[in-house]
Design a protein around this ligand. Structure first.
Ligand SMILES: Cc1cc2nc3c(=O)[nH]c(=O)nc-3n(C[C@H](O)[C@H](O)[C@H](O)COP(=O)(O)O)c2cc1C
Ligand SMILES: CC(C)CC(=O)C(=O)O
Length: 394
């Protein structure tokens, strides 16, 4: 239930439950509980999915400290809006690696979309096309690289995990290139799978992925805990290192982005090895718990890169205000993971489109209310970080 604030007659309290901000308000003599559209979709997804799948999508590693922090660190950043700026038109459009998109909100690579909806990644790709944005297809997708490519005309990037079987990684890269994917996103934060305790308890399944038919088996069936963890630990190449970027460049002409950078030091190395961009990410807090909230390290990375390559961002984006904050701190665009999956689980292609449109609408409003008619008008001085707020109190 989402209601217009103009009808509020009283506001009772504002409290955080789980990762969600709830407001209890009185309207026309009755009490109502408001939630963001994201939480509405999360709730619908929870109702629609078996517990094992919902926990897989929603969960994080170990204590889920970073999972909460990814979201809550945004709440500690406030705005410095400017007034009396002509915002009768607000332009959200931007360019990523030369591709024009309608807003700086892209779809993050996430595994196993068919567990959320029978149409799987095809539904997600069609929603991306309808929103005129970029989808990053996961290496662990349930639809094939070819099926997704032929389903719509969205600009698509391909996310890569490097298996011990390098020939399999190389083959998938070639298939992505042949099928019109425009960039590779090399994910570097999974030498082993993080300890996801819900998946261990639920004995999370690992299904055969069609992309690998005839190449290798991705199906694991044992009774000892998360089959996904067993799969990743068996197949992923934990020896992958900076030197291997030369190998990757030798097998493709596509631009390469590195996803999973959290420090200025690693950002400098990424620039040195000649990649075309980086994604500041802690993998949605599913890998190393107590890694920092991604928004809290974005600026360090942006400073280290010194504008040499684009810096993208993901982790905890739930509102248009979050997108604005990430842009103000130097990101060129953001990627969203769970909101897209919850949209997909709740309402298929339509749900994904709604979630993206909601974020776009909220970003547009935030820009108007902050005095920013275009993305280039969003500057560092439009936000106040927690550190700045603390300094101002000294
Ligand atoms: C269910 C799920 C599956 C994911 N699968 C992948 C994947 O296959 N490859 C990858 O690079 N990242 C994967 N990620 C991480 C996302 O790309 C992204 O970094 C993260 O979801 C961003 O955080 P958010 O969910 O708060 O938006 C996955 C995340 C989730 C939640
Ligand atoms: C199968 C997993 C490795 C997919 C993934 O990246 C994730 O679940 O976070």
């Amino acid at each position: 239930m989402i209601s217009s604030s103009s009808h509020f007659s009283s506001l009772l309290f504002l409290r955080k439950l789980s990762h969600t901000v709830f407001v209890l308000f009185r309207m026309q003599g009755r009490w109502h509980l408001s939630r963001s559209m994201f939480s509405e979709y999360q709730k619908l997804a929870k109702e629609a999915l078996p517990k094992m799948y919902y926990d897989f999508y929603a969960g994080g590693a170990e204590d889920e400290y970073s999972l909460k922090e990814n979201v809550e660190a945004f709440h500690r950043i406030t705005f410095r809006p400017r007034v009396l700026v002509d915002v009768s038109r607000v332009d959200l459009s931007t360019t990523i690696l030369g591709y024009n998109i309608s807003s700086p909100i892209m779809i993050a690579p996430t595994a196993y979309h068919k567990l959320a909806n029978p149409e799987g990644e095809i539904a997600t790709a069609r929603a991306a096309a309808a929103c005129n944005t970029i989808m990053v297809l996961s290496f662990m997708s349930t639809c094939t690289v070819e099926e997704v490519a032929s389903s719509c005309n969205a600009v698509r990037f391909f996310q890569l995990y490097v298996y011990k079987r390098r020939d399999v990684a190389a083959l998938l890269v070639q298939r992505a290139e042949r099928n019109g994917y425009k960039a590779l996103v090399l994910t570097v934060d999974v030498p082993r799978l993080g300890r996801r305790e819900a998946d261990i308890k639920n004995k999370m399944i690992s299904v055969q992925l069609k992309n690998f038919d005839g190449l290798l088996s991705t199906k694991v069936a044992n009774d000892k805990g998360s089959n996904l963890e067993a799969l990743a630990n068996e197949k992923f190449d934990a020896s992958l290192s900076w030197e291997d970027l030369a190998w990757l460049r030798s097998i493709t002409n596509l631009p390469i982005l590195i996803k999973g950078i959290l420090t200025g030091d690693d950002a400098i190395k990424a620039v040195e090895v000649g990649v075309s961009g980086i994604v500041v990410s802690n993998h949605g807090a599913r890998q190393l718990d107590y890694s920092p909230a991604t928004i809290s390290v974005l600026e360090e990375v942006v400073h280290a890169v010194r504008g040499k390559i684009p810096v993208l961002f993901d982790g905890g984006i739930r509102r248009g205000t979050d997108v604005f904050k990430a842009l103000a701190l130097g990101a060129q665009a953001v990627l969203v993971g769970r909101p897209v999956i919850f949209g997909l689980a709740a309402k298929g292609e339509y749900g994904v489109k709604r979630v993206i449109d909601m974020l776009k609408d909220e970003l547009e409003l935030t820009m108007a209310l902050s005095g920013c008619p275009s993305l280039k008008d969003i500057t560092r001085s439009h936000v106040r970080t927690e550190r700045e707020q603390l300094h101002s109190m000294l």
